[in-house]
Design a protein around this ligand. Structure first.
Ligand SMILES: Cc1cc2nc3c(=O)[nH]c(=O)nc-3n(C[C@H](O)[C@H](O)[C@H](O)COP(=O)(O)O)c2cc1C
Length: 172
């Protein structure tokens, strides 16, 4: 699919079929994730694949926004591994995780797999439920699966600001 068409057609899916995403498809998504660029190529990301029923049940205690998806990925970073800007101490790791998440989201859509990026989760509950060590910081949860036939974009999907409002040339 043409990339612009892919980006245009993608929307946050919040209604999923029960059908499982196959091991081969998960492997392909992880390969796509693995190709994401990161600051100084330090690759601080750690990806937790949540696909067993018991793990999916635990996930439901960590967020209301699970949408009964048959698959989820939690993208975290290792606090000791990302790149730090020396001028002000800004760190690239959360940005790196966002790029990884976006790669998976768009790669999945190209495979017919829908997803919703979820930030509204309880990080402490997530830590406890999935034994996330203190050196890892969870950034993004992607809940994923095949969209239900009645799945439609949320009305907010259409609320796109005019390009002129978000783009400036040469100076703000
Ligand atoms: C960083 C980030 C956090 C988000 N967190 C949530 C969330 O917790 N729950 C949810 O239902 N959607 C969440 N979303 C999805 C957004 O609401 C959605 O992307 C936005 O409304 C645009 O709609 P669209 O993805 O259908 O184009 C999140 C998206 C992003 C990028």
């Amino acid at each position: 699919m043409d990339f612009l068409e892919l980006a245009k057609s993608r929307y946050s899916v919040r209604s999923f079929q029960e059908k499982k995403v196959s091991k081969e498809e998960i492997d392909r998504l992880l390969q796509i994730a693995h190709l994401a660029p990161t600051g100084c190529n330090l690759q601080p990301q750690r990806i937790l694949v949540i696909e067993e029923e018991t793990a999916l049940t635990k996930l439901k205690e960590c967020t209301k926004s699970h949408f009964d998806a048959p698959l989820a990925m939690l993208i975290c970073y290792h606090k000791g591994e990302g790149w730090t800007r020396r001028y002000d101490g800004a760190i690239s790791a959360p940005v790196d995780c966002s790029i990884v998440t976006t790669h998976i989201m768009l790669g999945a859509w190209e495979m017919g797999i829908g997803s919703c990026w979820v930030m509204s989760f309880n990080p402490e509950k997530m830590r406890e439920s999935f034994q996330i060590p203190t050196e890892l910081e969870p950034v993004a949860l992607l809940v994923m699966g095949y969209p239900n036939e009645d799945s439609v974009p949320n009305p907010r999907h259409e609320e796109v600001r005019p390009l002129e409002e978000v783009v400036s040339y040469n100076s703000f």
